[in-house]
Ligand binder design. Structure first.
Ligand SMILES: NC(=O)c1ccc[n+]([C@@H]2O[C@H](COP(=O)([O-])OP(=O)(O)OC[C@H]3O[C@@H](n4cnc5c(N)ncnc54)[C@H](OP(=O)(O)O)[C@@H]3O)[C@@H](O)[C@H]2O)c1
Length: 224
């Protein structure tokens, strides 16, 4: 993976050099409080492919970044829509699924997976069920509980509805975004962008840019 740009606070890598898995891990490592969003899009900004999943728009290079971010994280945060669309299952890293419903999507049921839901869902607090709001899940509460239970580094893998709410609530510290060399076209209803819903206005500073086989992997810090 080729380093195009890296800031001073990142691992000791020099633009123009090639890095292996160890170098990629170092660029994504963080042991302090962090909410990082990770997405992949096509060059025209689609967050999913023709089959409605992100698996058809990612690439081996994107997967290397995705895996490094998972290794770095203490807990994954995902929306139930992504769990349903992508068939998310339990992972090595604990996972919190956000939903208004009383049950986890079927694929996500298993050890290490928590449902964060609402009182209105009828679910009961306890064990792997967290009640974090009345009609809508309060994301600040979920993030705080996820940190307290699993550790400081929260990795949100989407999707666009959850991500836009997290950004709007000023809970996101970093955005990791890969662009794969494809165009999908279509409309936003079928192919959402990475934030879909709430209006936001946020400035970002680039921490690094990497390239492999035409895929670009970027990491940005949210400016406050
Ligand atoms: N390109 C990428 O990197 C990437 C990453 C992830 C997803 N995607 C794509 O995004 C699409 C799915 O989009 P999406 O917007 O539906 O995904 P999403 O944000 O994962 O799911 C939305 C759902 O999450 C739950 N939710 C989110 N915020 C909530 C809150 N504050 N309180 C309660 N529930 C909340 C609700 O689930 P309930 O309906 O269960 O109440 C809501 O319907 C799929 O095509 C997927 O492939 C792409």
């Amino acid at each position: 993976m080729r380093v195009l740009l890296a800031d001073h606070t990142a691992a000791a890598v020099t633009p123009g050099t090639t890095i292996d898995e160890g170098g990629i891990d170092a660029l994504y490592a963080s042991d302090h409080r962090l909410v990082r969003l990770n997405f992949v899009t096509t060059l025209d900004g689609a967050a999913n492919g023709p089959d409605g999943r992100s698996g058809t728009i990612n690439s081996p290079a994107d997967h290397r970044g995705f895996a490094a971010m998972r290794r770095a994280a203490d807990v994954l945060l995902i929306g139930a829509g992504t769990a349903r669309a992508e068939g998310y299952g339990p992972a090595r890293t604990p996972m919190v699924v956000v939903s208004t419903r009383a049950e986890l999507p079927e694929s996500a049921r298993g050890p290490g997976v928590v449902l964060a839901t609402t009182r209105a869902s009828g679910a009961v607090e306890g064990g792997a069920t967290w009640i974090c709001g009345q009609e809508r899940v309060d994301l600040a509460t979920v993030v705080a509980r996820a940190r307290e239970t699993f550790g400081p580094h929260v990795l949100c893998e989407g999707g666009p509805t959850l991500a836009s709410e997290l950004v709007a609530a000023d809970l996101v510290d970093e955005l990791a975004l890969s662009w794969t060399p494809q165009l999908i076209g279509g409309g936003r209803g079928t192919h959402p962008r990475i934030l879909d819903g709430t209006d936001v206005e946020v400035d970002l500073t680039c921490r690094h840019l990497l390239e492999e086989d035409g895929t670009l992997l970027g990491l940005w810090r949210v400016e406050r």
